[in-house]
Design a protein around this ligand. Structure first.
Ligand code: HEC
Ligand code: HEC
Length: 316
């Protein structure tokens, strides 16, 4: 039998097999795609077990459901993993605001000994030795992987994680009065008025211009995270934390820098009467000096308002 008879079909099949294996995985076609791949890849941790997404879980609005998260070798961190959505308008990152850009922020967890524990030089070396990353960096940036480009790609991916399709936005921006229930509308009024929430949580993402405030979750004893003080060393910053955004807040329990509140109702009960939860707190904001005196229905209304801040992508 002449071998040439099989040669053409055989070589076509061979080409098809090769191209199927190569195309989808072989190269990132954009900076965001490259950043996304890096965000989900445990290659950036010492023992290749932990990725950014291990703690920032996409189905929980890129936050964690545990009070504090596990890093490499099952080590526990000290603070609750916040959402990393709606980050592009932030002036500060981390609970204490120790980073001022997303690029700078991204270096933190990679090198943090209880998170990914990988020196950036080794991370870059790994990416250079990995065919997918080497060719992708060259294709996207025209340059080999480097510390700057690694963090730039991740930051660009994070900048795509903006959410604004919520019942609240429909109500406010599209003037759709049916988007919120009567209870949520009453909750909005409480948020802006009696609850004093808006005094700190104002602005499009409710971060109050990224100010640092203290809810009194520091007493120097069992509650001993000094927060912003660690960055500025000013006594007045003891126990202050960055005002967190409230978008998708229903997805990101537990709450606060230490994950102490399990539900939104726990948070509301805290604001209603902080003294019931924390005795001898140091440096608590004067806005929380007096109990709010919220009735049970008012608490429910406030909760319903907070639930209206969930983006439609998380609706089942
Ligand atoms: C082991 C769990 C863990 C891993 C892995 C992790 N993070 Fe985080 N992330 C946290 C915690 C905890 C904080 C808050 C820490 C603090 O404030 O000191 C945080 C904070 C952040 C913030 C700041 C959010 C804000 O509101 O200021 C961003 C952005 C972020 N992480 C992105 C990343 C990226 C990108 C990676 C991967 C390179 C990553 N994280 C890996 C747990 C983790
Ligand atoms: C004095 C400023 C201030 C006021 C008033 C205030 N907040 Fe906050 N809020 C903060 C700060 C700061 C934090 C983070 C504190 C921490 O972790 O120690 C926070 C945390 C939260 C969280 C948890 C966020 C997360 O990701 O863990 C929710 C929910 C919340 N606030 C809702 C409200 C509601 C509802 C009200 C009104 C009843 C309110 N806040 C009033 C400053 C304020």
């Amino acid at each position: 039998m002449p071998i040439t008879k099989y040669f053409l079909p055989f070589s076509i099949i061979l080409l098809l097999v090769i191209s199927c294996q190569k195309t989808p995985q072989s190269i990132a076609t954009s900076e965001v795609q490259l950043g996304e791949k890096l965000f989900f890849d445990p290659i950036l941790s010492r023992d290749s077990t932990i990725s950014c997404a291990s703690c920032h879980k996409p189905e929980h609005a890129f936050a964690d459901i545990a009070p504090t998260s596990k890093g490499v070798l099952n080590q526990m961190g000290k603070r609750n993993t916040p959402s990393c959505m709606n980050m592009s308008a932030r002036n500060f990152y981390f609970w204490d605001g120790r980073a001022e850009t997303l690029e700078e922020q991204a270096m933190g967890p990679i090198e943090n000994p209880v998170e990914m524990d990988l020196p950036l030089t080794i991370a870059v070396k790994r990416l250079k030795e990995n065919e997918y990353y080497y060719t992708s960096f060259v294709s996207v940036y025209g340059q080999k992987p480097s510390k700057e480009l690694l963090t730039k790609a991740i930051a660009e991916f994070e900048r795509t994680l903006e959410t604004s399709k919520t019942p609240f936005d429909k109500f406010m921006r599209e003037d759709d009065s049916s988007a919120l229930t009567a209870s949520a509308i009453r909750g909005l009024a409480l948020f802006n008025g009696k609850g004093k929430c808006f005094d700190c949580h104002f602005g499009v993402d409710f971060t109050g211009n990224d100010q640092f405030r203290s809810l009194g979750l520091y007493n120097g004893k069992d509650l001993n995270d000094k927060g912003r003080f660690d960055v500025t060393k000013k006594e007045t910053d003891l126990g202050k934390f960055k005002v967190p955004g409230l978008r998708n807040i229903a997805m990101t329990a537990p709450y606060m820098h230490n994950g102490m509140h399990k539900t939104l109702m726990d948070v509301i009960n805290y604001y209603d009467e902080p003294n019931k939860f924390v005795k001898n707190s140091i440096n608590r904001d004067s806005l929380l000096n007096k109990p709010l005196g919220l009735g049970e229905n008012e608490k429910k209304d406030l909760e319903n308002f907070l639930l209206s801040l969930t983006d439609e992508r998380f609706k089942k």
